[in-house]
Design a protein around this ligand. Structure first.
Ligand SMILES: [Mg+2]
Length: 230
């Protein structure tokens, strides 16, 4: 008898390779907008962008800024670090980023192999913090849709992970029992803390083996480990 019936997978950085896809998109746009005129190199641009983007995501999650302030601000603020004070260009760059990035298709290593193995054994669902118009494009373009029954996108659900309401909504919508449900994600704050708060078993996907102090139910550094364990 299998212990679990329902597996709830995070999307970004857990199965959809956000870091690789983001870098591909930003490289394309960097050249398209001829940003070499302002930055020393793409890497120079990217190193400035990363902390600005992270900081605005934290503010957005905390409800301090709106979605458009995150979307445009991350590029506008990055441009401003090299005295490129061009809000119109930041708006256009942001809009291109949001439409192009979800069409990228890089997945975390072994994603399809593992999903193929799991699909006949479990009901699988997506739980993701993100925007409706981007997350479904990622799911479709990268061929993930056939593996999953239900999709819980924070913007659609009305709550974000790690809110207990998000997990409660997802579990109830699947008519799942908590004891038969497993959360799989890469974020200690969103996925693991959320699962713990609601009393759910969880798998922490930690591909770089980043050290931490948390008590974790199960930790893996490769998705392949799920094949042995589930
Ligand atoms: Mg994630």
């Amino acid at each position: 008898m299998l212990k679990y019936k329902h597996l709830f997978f995070d999307l970004d950085h857990t199965i959809w390779d956000f870091a690789t896809n983001e870098k591909i998109t930003l490289t394309q746009l960097f050249h398209h907008y001829k940003l070499e005129q302002y930055f020393n190199s793409f890497d120079d641009f990217f190193e400035r962008y990363k902390p600005i983007n992270l900081d605005l995501w934290v503010k957005y999650r905390n409800g301090e800024i709106k979605k458009y302030e995150l979307n445009i601000g991350r590029f506008y603020n990055t441009f401003c670090t090299v005295d490129l004070d061009n809000f119109t260009m930041a708006e256009s760059f942001a809009s291109d980023f949001v439409s192009i990035n979800p069409t990228q298709t890089a997945l975390i290593p072994h994603t399809i192999e593992v999903l193929e193995y799991l699909k006949s054994r479990y009901s699988m669902h997506i739980i993701t913090n993100g925007f409706i118009e981007t997350q479904y494009v990622k799911i479709d373009r990268s061929g993930l849709r056939p593996y999953f029954k239900k999709f819980f996108i924070s913007e659609e659900v009305g709550f974000q992970k790690p809110k207990t309401s998000f997990f409660e909504y997802a579990i109830n919508s699947c008519n799942a029992r908590k004891a038969e449900s497993l959360i799989i994600g890469d974020s200690l704050e969103a996925d693991i803390q959320g699962a713990k708060n609601y009393g759910l078993d969880h798998v922490f996907f930690n591909p770089d083996n980043t050290p931490h102090q948390e008590t974790i139910f199960k930790e893996i550094s490769s998705l392949l480990e799920l094949k042995d364990w589930l």
